[in-house]
Every structure is written in structure tokens, then in C-alpha cells.
Design a protein around this ligand. Structure first.
Ligand SMILES: [Zn+2]
Length: 600
């Protein structure tokens, strides 16, 4: 039975009173936001009249946005610790509709800036220094100029917005509500209903019969609907490629990376570097084969655990100590603020309680603490999760303390860097310090799985996306047959000749919802690569390098993601960044093999 919230000591719950002391303080800000939204349309006539007027419009727009963000954190964080609480559910909905109103009221800011004569907005910054603080916003807006259409077309596009983007929803409703996967026998021989949600559990079963049954049943079902999935995916990709062309981008990959403020070269160089470093991955599968003791490794074996769960459990206080010990290397400012956050300032909601959201996340911004939600159970993975979320929170902390609010929220392209750096540093430190082989094997297994899942698998996905978008752009219909062929070709490449590539895997593309978010997943792979390169420099150069890393955390959104990584000395155009991650993975495989063979 999960704990009741009222039975948990306050010191293990987050302190949201920092955002608003009570609901009346929330209501006062809500009212203020409503008034500001109502008054905003007055800028429509004036904002392009001069530098001061432009400043005033952008200032008001950001004031509204900051209020809404604060209101949102208060309502949504309260709701996430008790999802049965109707009061906070309604409060969250209220903030969401306020945000829609704000969008409606401020719609003209971007198009009006784009309409200014070339160079005018930037000249105004020089003329009126108060505008300097919005330089990044203005420059980001102006980047869109070559991709903006006539007023009439923009109106049409915004009207079409409502009908586009439904493919993902069709896919997920079909896969999650309508599809039935049938029954398999579990580890105890009991007949159980297979679902997309429990598939992972059976694939990780120690019993090969169960893994194989789940695998076959899953793809038998997907196979029956392959044409439907292919048609929906084809529709989604046609939509993306057409929109890219309409907005005068070379292709959909260029359009997507442009949005991330990176380039197709970075995308392509990731794929190239990872595919040049597949040998350690093949070696990992060979290690898996040896440890599992099978003649040939099948695709239903690759998630089987190599080590059993550790028996050690850790109190939350011990987990905090482990994380703090790991971050000592960053110096006092990082250490002290994280220590205070985790132990005194109520950043963390620690234990699972009835109605609380599952998993873990970090959430916060200007005007709030960088809160962390955990479902802490006391095993090693939970320490690793705390280190990860603390990385997000400290990235937010530095971003908000060293930038004005509107320049503080870092981009998705770098969002998983600070969290992964912490996770890797913790694993490396534990490997150096722990005495027991069992514990070392466990940590190495976790590291290897992280690299396999985040670096290799996401890059394989990225490579698949690139291929199918290119086919679509050449006018080739993406039928189930085409998708299966392209996917299977990549699986064979990424698993190598020694793994038995069961033909059913060709259908896996149908199970991956991320392909509907077009060119999203490569960011997981670039983030772990950047993180790995940073960890290597922290470990070899120490304090001399750490300052650069902290300066990166301070960038927030004051610079483009590539420029902020350069502050940390990481050049994403250099394939060596990816190579560092591959080396760390290869070294984990070698260490695992060494310890394992000593014992067997
Ligand atoms: Zn994360």
C-alpha cells in the first residue's frame, strides 16, 4: 500500500509556499495576469513606432508569460502529487486557458517585428540600450523572416493548424485503446494479457521462453495492422515535408534542425560517428550472449538482465550524501546551493504516495525553486535518478540566477546534458570507490544499458527517420513494405552479424511513437555524447575545466545551444565528442568482462 500524503513528514515534501504563500496570493497574480492580457492589444498600434514602444510591448509580453509560468508551476506541481485532487486539476485547467488567452492577445508581436524594415529592429537596440536585454528574442524572431509567408498564407496556415497533427493521436488511440495483443504465459506459467505497457517487463524476464513468447505475440499483432500504421506514418511525414517546403526550407531535416538552432551537418555527423563506432556494441552483444549462456543471441534476449538486483537499500539521506559527494567537484556554489535545496529548502517531494504521479522530473523557473519529484524506493537506481534530476535542477538554478527571466530557459538541445553529466559522474565515482564486485557489475550494467539505449538506439532511430523522410521527399510512398525493409536493414547494421535478427523486428517502427515527433530523438544521443565529453574533461582536467562547465550552466538561453556548449569547450561539430561516449561505453564493456570472467 502506498503511503498517504498526510503521513509523510514535511521535510520529505516540497515547499510550494515559496511560489505562493496561499491561494489568495495565487488569485492576486491570476487577476494581475488577466488585467495585463486585457490591456495588451493597445500595443498593436504602437509597437512598431519606435524603439521605446517596441521595448514596452516585449516587456509586457514577457511579464505576462512569467506570471503564467509561475501560476502554472503552482497549480501543476500541487496536482502532480495528488492527481485525485479536483481543486488543483481545475486550477491547472484555469491556467491553461489563461495561457491560450495570452497567446491570442499577443499574437501580433512576432509578425510585426518581422514586418519591420530590414535591420531596423537591430538598429533600435543600439539606439535604445534598454532593448539590449531582448536582443536574443529579437534575433530568434528575425531568423524566421526568410521562412515567413504572406499575410494571407500565414492566416491560412494558422487556420490549418487545427487539422494538422492528428496522425500521432490516431496512432496512439489505435495502439493504446483499440489493439489487443492476446495472452502469453508468464514466468509462473500463468496466462496473462500482453499490452504495450507490460511488454517491457516480459522482455526483461530471466526466462527465455517468456521473452520469446512476448516478442512473437507483440509483432504478430503489429503485423496484422502494418498497413494502417504505415498509412498514418506516411501521412505524418508528408505533412512535415510539405510544411518544410512551404516554409522554404531545403527539406524537413533542415527545417527541424533550424528550429533547434543546429544544422543537418550535426545530425549527419552524429550518425556517421556512431556508425563508425559499432564494434563496441557488437562486443556488448557478444558479452550478453556469454553471460546469458545461449548459443546465439536473439532480439528477444537483448533486454534480459545480466545481473540481479542489488540487495542494498539506501535511506533518502544516504542518497543525498552520495549525490553531494559526487557534486563536490563542481565547487562551493553548486555544492552549497544543491545541499540547501535537497535538505533545507524543500526542493524535493521524495516518497511515492497515493495518487502521486509516477517516475521523476525536475520543474521550475523564475520565481520558483527548481523542484524535483521522486518516487524514492531506496535502491541504487533511485540514487542515480536523484543525481540526474539534481542536474536538471542545478542547470535551472544557474540559468535563472545568472540571466533575466526571459533569457533563462535553456533549449531542448542541451536539456539532458547537465542531468547526464551527474549520472555519469556518480557511476564513475562509485566504480572507483565501491569494493564489491557485485555492485560494480550492477553499475557497469546500468552504464552499458544507458549507452545502448540512449546513444546507439536513438541514433539508429535518427538514421531511420532521415532515410524515410528522404524517400518521402523523392515522392516514394511509405508503405509497410518500404518501412519494414528500411528498418530491418538498420537493425542488421546495429546488431551485427552475430546476433540473430528475427524478422519480426522489421515491424518495430510501428511501435515507436517518437517517429511522429520528427527529428526529435537525435537530441538524446547528442546530449549523452556532450555529457560524456564533459565528464571526461572534468575527470582529467579537474578544477581548471570545471569553471567552464559551470559557465555553460549559467548560459540559460542567452546563447544558442551550440554556442553555450562551446562555453564548456564542447564543439558539437567535432565527431570526437561522440567518440568520447563510445570510448566510455567500450570501457564499461571491458571492465564488466574483466570482473565477470574472474568470477566464472
Ligand atoms: Zn532528464
Amino acid at each position: 500500500m502506498p503511503l498517504e500524503r498526510k503521513d509523510v513528514d514535511q521535510k520529505y515534501k516540497w515547499d510550494l509556499s515559496v511560489i505562493y504563500s496561499d491561494i489568495s496570493a495565487f488569485n492576486a497574480d491570476y487577476k494581475l495576469a488577466e488585467e495585463k492580457i486585457a490591456a495588451f492589444p493597445r500595443h498593436e498600434k504602437t509597437m512598431t513606432a519606435g524603439a521605446e514602444q517596441l521595448y514596452s510591448a516585449i516587456r509586457d509580453m514577457y511579464d505576462i508569460e512569467e506570471l503564467i509560468e509561475k501560476l502554472w508551476h503552482y497549480a501543476s506541481l500541487h496536482f502532480s502529487v495528488d492527481t485525485s485532487d479536483n481543486f488543483y486539476q481545475a486550477l491547472s485547467a484555469k491556467v491553461r486557458s489563461l495561457a491560450v488567452k495570452a497567446d491570442g492577445a499577443t499574437w501580433f508581436v512576432t509578425p510585426y517585428i518581422l514586418k519591420l524594415e530590414d535591420g531596423k529592429a537591430l538598429a533600435w537596440i543600439t539606439e535604445y540600450p534598454k532593448l539590449e536585454t531582448f536582443r536574443r528574442f529579437i534575433e530568434k524572431t528575425l531568423r524566421e523572416k526568410p521562412h515567413t509567408l504572406s499575410d494571407e498564407c500565414e492566416k491560412l496556415m494558422s487556420g490549418l493548424g487545427n487539422c494538422l497533427g492528428s496522425h500521432d493521436e490516431i496512432r496512439s488511440i489505435f495502439a493504446n485503446s483499440d489493439m489487443r495483443f492476446g495472452k502469453i504465459r508468464d514466468d509462473e506459467g500463468k496466462s496473462v494479457e500482453l499490452t504495450d505497457a507490460n511488454y517491457g517487463i516480459y522482455l526483461r524476464s530471466a526466462d527465455r521462453r517468456v521473452r520469446c513468447a512476448a516478442f512473437r505475440m507483440m509483432y504478430k499483432t503489429y503485423g496484422q495492422f502494418a498497413n494502417t500504421f504505415a498509412t498514418v506514418l506516411d501521412g505524418r511525414i508528408k505533412e512535415e515535408t510539405t510544411l518544410a517546403k512551404t516554409r522554404k526550407h531545403k527539406d524537413s531535416l533542415t527545417a527541424s534542425t533550424y528550429k533547434d538552432e543546429v544544422t543537418p551537418e550535426i545530425y549527419n555527423s552524429l550518425i556517421k560517428a556512431v556508425e563508425a563506432g559499432l564494434a563496441p556494441l557488437y562486443d556488448y552483444y557478444e558479452l550478453k550472449r556469454e553471460v546469458l549462456g545461449v548459443d546465439k543471441l536473439h532480439l528477444y534476449d537483448v533486454y534480459a538482465p545480466l545481473v540481479s538486483e542489488l540487495n542494498t537499500t539506501y535511506s533518502y539521506e544516504e542518497a543525498v550524501d552520495e549525490v553531494l559527494e559526487t557534486v563536490k567537484i563542481y565547487g562551493d556554489e553548486y555544492y552549497e546551493n544543491l545541499r540547501a535545496g535537497l535538505t533545507e529548502r524543500g526542493w524535493v517531494d521524495v516518497y511515492p504516495t497515493r495518487g502521486k504521479r509516477g517516475g521523476a522530473f525536475s520543474s521550475g523557473g523564475p520565481g520558483t525553486e527548481p523542484y524535483i519529484l521522486l518516487n524514492y524506493n531506496g535502491n541504487y537506481d533511485d540514487i542515480s535518478t536523484l543525481a540526474h534530476e539534481a542536474g536538471h535542477s542545478m542547470h535551472t538554478w544557474f540559468s535563472t540566477h545568472y540571466n533575466e527571466p526571459h533569457n533563462s530557459s535553456y533549449r531542448i538541445f542541451v536539456a539532458e546534458v547537465a542531468s547526464t553529466v551527474n549520472e555519469l559522474l556518480l557511476a564513475h565515482r562509485k566504480l572507483r570507490e565501491c569494493k564489491s564486485d557485485e555492485e560494480k557489475l550492477y553499475i557497469l550494467n546500468q552504464l552499458m544499458e544507458t549507452y545502448k539505449g540512449t546513444l546507439y538506439r536513438q541514433t539508429m532511430f535518427a538514421s531511420f527517420e532521415k532515410k524515410i523522410h528522404a524517400l518521402c521527399e523523392k515522392g516514394e510512398p511509405l508503405t509497410a513494405e518500404v518501412l519494414n525493409k528500411q528498418y530491418y536493414r538498420l537493425v542488421k547494421k546495429y546488431f551485427g552479424k552475430d546476433v540473430a535478427c528475427d524478422k519480426q523486428i522489421a515491424l518495430e517502427w510501428a511501435r515507436i511513437p517518437h517517429f511522429f515527433s520528427c527529428f526529435y530523438v537525435y537530441k538524446y544521443a547528442t546530449c549523452i555524447s556532450a555529457a560524456s565529453a564533459i565528464v571526461k574533461r572534468i575527470e582529467t582536467e579537474g578544477a581548471e575545466y570545471v569553471g567552464k562547465y559551470i559557465d555553460f550552466l549559467k548560459c540559460g538561453d542567452s546563447k544558442s545551444p551550440l554556442d553555450s556548449l562551446l562555453v564548456a569547450g564542447i564543439d558539437m561539430r567535432d565527431p570526437a565528442v561522440v567518440t568520447d561516449a563510445i570510448e566510455d561505453f567500450a570501457s564499461s564493456v571491458a571492465q564488466f568482462r574483466e570482473i565477470y570472467s574472474k568470477k566464472h
